[in-house]
Every structure is written in structure tokens, then in C-alpha cells.
Design a protein around this ligand. Structure first.
Ligand code: PEP
Length: 251
């Protein structure tokens, strides 16, 4: 039985005060007693504020939104997995569609980031998903399959052992347009099936989150699907009440 998970991707939003208030409001709202595993991913500069606010509360985990492939050195502006772990992160988002589209991260680079995350002891949340044009051209499975295969070819299916995949159709991220439960379930089942070609145990244990305009009013229907193990939440993770409602819908 997979424990559901809800991860909040704050993207490049917030401030010191915002972080402090949001973490306090989540704790006051009972996030620690949620049955789902909850992860919050604030921007790098606010990881320390979030960690202090959580004050050792092991029920809510911290994650980074990205990492570099190197461990340390002359890579100005970058942040390593070891640094994230040092700041208390247990998770890191890898290959978000904004990173792929805006920062040129291709499948090979994303695979290298999965390797770097695992080497630092972090659990990667690997994002995959198709654009609207790709969906309309009936290429969803080809695109998502290639995104998964790049990691399997570089690192072996073991790279997915105990990790998390987030299916995030690009056309649903931040658009208010959500995949239906049926559309999302079809791709989640495809992802699990693709992994099970290589290792059935890894495939049945892995959490596959759905992301793309998840809100309190559509979360329960999505999470009811058998292969949807929770959500990766962008906009709604910035509002304590909405994020709490989504966490409660998951578990
Ligand atoms: C995301 O950024 O990963 C995301 C799913 O955003 P939103 O929930 O705002 O669509």
C-alpha cells in the first residue's frame, strides 16, 4: 500500500515573512496529522526559515526545487544536492517543465540531476509530461516514455527505487485547466507499466503524483484514481487553507 504524498512547489514566490507565516499556518491547521506525506519546496533562500518554522517536525518534509549536477566548485549561482541535504531537505524536484522549457534541461541533463540527487541522499521528484501540441498529436506516451527511458538508460531502473514521479501535463500547469481523472489515470498507468517492464516491485512501490492546476475542488476526484498517489501542487500550495484541503483530500 503506497502512502499518498502531497508536495508543494512554491516556485519563485514568497519572502522571509511569507515563508514564516505559511509554515506557521500549515502547522496550526494540522498539517502534521495529515495521513499523506507532506513536502514543501520553498525557494532556496527560504529553506532555512522553513526549516526553523518546522522546528524538527518530522511529519512535514522539506524539498528543493532544483539542484546542480556537481557536488561543489566553480559553478556560480548553482546549488548542490549536498547543500540541500545540509539545509534539511529530503526531496528535490527534478526536471520540472519550467526548467526544461526555460533553462534548456534536456532528458540527459535531467537524468544526470536524478543521479546527483540520489548521490546526495535526496529523493528526486522526477517531473514528466507533454505539451498541448504533443497531446494533440497523440504523442503523450512517446514523450513521457522517452523522459522515463532517458533515466533508465543512464542509471538503470534502480534509480526509481523509492523515488517519486510527478506527471505534469504542461498544458495544465498554472493554467486552471486540469486533466480529468480519466486522462491522468491513463498516463499514470502508462508510467507504472513502463517501469514494470524493467522491475515490477519498483513499479508498484513508486509514488506517481499528478500536477497541473490541482485545487481543493478537484483534488479528491483525481486522488481517487488507482494510480494517482497524490499531487505536486503549484499555485494552491501558496495558500495554507487550499494546501491543507488538498493534503486532507489525499489521505
Ligand atoms: C507546478 O508548478 O508543478 C504545478 C503543478 O503548478 P499549478 O498547480 O499551479 O498548476
Amino acid at each position: 500500500m503506497r502512502q499518498p504524498m502531497v508536495a508543494g512547489n512554491w516556485k519563485m514566490n514568497g519572502s522571509r515573512d511569507f515563508t514564516h507565516t505559511l509554515v506557521s499556518d500549515l502547522l496550526a491547521g494540522g498539517v502534521s496529522s495529515c495521513a499523506a506525506k507532506v513536502v514543501i519546496c520553498p525557494p532556496f533562500p527560504y529553506l532555512g526559515v522553513a526549516s526553523d518554522g518546522l522546528d524538527g517536525n518530522g511529519e512535514v518534509a522539506l524539498g528543493g526545487q532544483n539542484l546542480d549536477v556537481h557536488e561543489s566548485g566553480a559553478y556560480t549561482g548553482e546549488v548542490s544536492g549536498a547543500m540541500l541535504a545540509d539545509m534539511g531537505c529530503e526531496y528535490v524536484i527534478v526536471g520540472h517543465s519550467e526548467r526544461r522549457a526555460l533553462y534548456g534541461e534536456d532528458n540527459a541533463r535531467v537524468a544526470d540531476k536524478v543521479r546527483a540527487a540520489r548521490a546526495a541522499g535526496l529523493v528526486p521528484i522526477l517531473c514528466v509530461g507533454e505539451t498541448l501540441a504533443e497531446r494533440e498529436a497523440d504523442r503523450t506516451e512517446a514523450v513521457v516514455g522517452a523522459q522515463l527511458d532517458a533515466v533508465i538508460e543512464a542509471l538503470g531502473v534502480e534509480a526509481f527505487d523509492g523515488t517519486v514521479v510527478a506527471y505534469e501535463p504542461v498544458w495544465a500547469i498554472g493554467t486552471g485547466r486540469t486533466a480529468s481523472g480519466e486522462q491522468a489515470q491513463a498516463v499514470h498507468a502508462f508510467i507504472r507499466g513502463r517501469l514494470s517492464r524493467h522491475d515490477g516491485e519498483v513499479a508498484s512501490a513508486i509514488r506517481i503524483l499528478y500536477g497541473g492546476s490541482v485545487k481543493p475542488d478537484n483534488a479528491a476526484a483525481l486522488f481517487a484514481e488507482p494510480d494517482i498517489d497524490g499531487g505536486l501542487i503549484g499555485g494552491a500550495s501558496l495558500k495554507a487553507a487550499d494546501f491543507l484541503a488538498i493534503c486532507n483530500a489525499a489521505g
